[in-house]
Design a protein around this ligand. Structure first.
Ligand code: ATP
Length: 220
């Protein structure tokens, strides 16, 4: 429970969201509850640097997020990577958010354990912890322990057990969070659409309707 949410505190949840699904949305709510931040900000990338390029346009992915969030308390969408264009390096996004929120606000970057395993391939990854805290979400099929040992060693001196510890400082700490394990991925949704299977109950109905209307993910 969060008796007081620290005003201005922010958790950034980046991703491709191609499409957004209940794995993302349920995690976002549980992050908001566990960290007691003011807002969880979903940041869709323009060009994700560490993976295959999305099947839908940045505008379509943004619209699906808008339909999914639909003013939900505690959640917000930040379209700065889409406006910036070019490869979406998270360190640049965090620098720009830090300028907006000020030096003292608690700022956290949330990423799944699959993404954390390749964190040391991210541009200026060691600078990220100077700008923000790091919250690793346990994701089905990937435990934190699957990350390379040097990365785990790097984490040790920054580690805190309670997510709410992150509110006490602006940046520099790390923790993990076990959210409800929903074994859903955007890849699985795209594949199911492609072979004509139902995607009901994997993502919000409004997003499903938008996918049908825009004829997304079905190769002719
Ligand atoms: P894809 O299958 O296309 O790789 P994805 O479902 O993994 O997509 P992304 O947009 O790449 O979704 O992920 C954004 C962030 O959300 C990443 O940090 C990822 O680890 C996390 N994430 C994705 N799905 C889940 C899930 N089911 N539970 C918890 N975290 C998730």
């Amino acid at each position: 429970m969060c008796p007081d949410r620290m005003s201005g505190s922010l958790a950034v949840y980046g991703g491709t969201f191609d499409p957004v699904h209940y794995g993302h949305l349920r995690s976002a709510i549980e992050i908001w509850q566990a960290l007691c931040v003011d807002t969880v900000c979903l940041v869709p990338s323009y060009l994700p640097p560490h993976r295959q390029q999305p099947d839908s346009t940045p505008e379509q992915r943004l619209e699906m997020l808008r339909l999914a969030i639909d003013g939900h308390v505690g959640l917000r969408i930040d379209d700065r990577e889409i406006k910036r264009k070019g490869p979406s390096f998270m360190v640049e996004t965090l620098e720009s958010i830090r300028q907006d929120v000020g030096a003292d606000a608690s700022l956290s970057l949330v990423l799944g354990s699959d993404a954390f395993a390749i964190f040391s391939e991210w541009r200026r990854w060691e600078d990220i912890i100077e700008i923000a805290h790091l919250v690793v979400l346990e994701r089905p099929g990937y435990t934190l322990a699957d990350a390379p040992q040097p990365l785990l060693d790097w984490s040790l001196s920054r580690w805190v057990e309670s997510p709410q510890e992150l509110l006490k400082t602006a940046a520099g700490k790390m923790t993990s969070l076990r959210v409800t394990q929903l074994e859903i991925s955007a890849t699985m949704i795209r594949d199911q659409i492609n072979v004509g299977l139902a995607i009901d109950y994997l993502l919000p109905e409004k997003v499903q309707d938008y996918i049908s209307q825009q004829k997304l993910y079905s190769t002719p």
